[in-house]
Write a protein that binds this ligand. Sequence first.
Ligand SMILES: C[S@@+](CC[C@H](N)C(=O)[O-])C[C@H]1O[C@@H](n2cnc3c(N)ncnc32)[C@H](O)[C@@H]1O
Length: 294
Amino acid sequence: MSPTIRQMLHETIARFHQAHIDSPALTARVLLAHALGQPREWLLAHDDTVLDDAGAARIAALVARVLAHEPLAYILGHREFYGIDLLVDSRVLIPRPETEMLVDLALEYIKSHDGAAASSSAQVDVIDVGTGSGAIAIAIACHAPDARIIAADISREALEVASENAQRCNCGERIRFIQSDLLDGVDVRARVIVANLPYVTVEEIDALPPEIQEHEPRVALDGGADGLMLVRRLLAQLDVHLVPGGMAAFEFGASQGTTALEAAAQSLPGWHIELRRDLAGLDRVLLAHKTLEP
Ligand SMILES: C[S@@+](CC[C@H](N)C(=O)[O-])C[C@H]1O[C@@H](n2cnc3c(N)ncnc32)[C@H](O)[C@@H]1O
């Protein structure tokens, strides 16, 4: 006999538990609701419903993906970032909540330097380097409706996802997507440069959970021997691409603060450089302010 929703839920939770899947009960509920095309609350109110064959088959296929450690966001096909629903799949890193800090810092800068908006074609308001799903660029565009933005990534596949997300959020006209190795292919200057570049060390990659290590793009994770290889290269490009008085904000790994600060001090003599902590009190963002020319 076909199982009810309640029976299927219990069985799925037990299987996830056994396979050490994170938050087994929540994951099972989200997955069943997704497979049945219903909100989660619906499951509770209809847990006596007997599943038809098609519904049971859809659930079985999704359960198999979770058991193969595919991230839930890829299975569902989307993830919320800064209150915005973004499409995500294996072409892009799943945006993380800590990255929202870069959006806050960029918006703070843009709002407090209101009169200095980019006016010429040789200047934009923001460049997002390593845009991935477009999360940072799109969140800034949604909250700074006049901002003109460049979103760059070395991965053509990531740019396809980012561009689709921008269209869905109705901000595609203000974001120019460029395939580029860091800022090599960018020929304008910006008031703000933000970057959440790969910063996982080679050693750390091997210790990551399978959901990340086996499913998220390697090009979105690998930050070289000490994790800061790309950040260092980008620091060396900042002076050319940032206007005087402009600001750069880079995310890095929680243990990389001191090294990031030293690298910035070496690359950017005379700039005001500081670290910012996240809500957990961990060093997370490097801020570099370019001095105004005398
Ligand atoms: C950690 S992910 C961040 C994605 C997105 N910004 C976010 O915060 O969710 C890093 C991104 O940098 C891109 N990337 C890696 N190397 C790059 C390079 N040399 N130049 C430009 N982008 C690069 C990857 O393709 C990936 O999309």
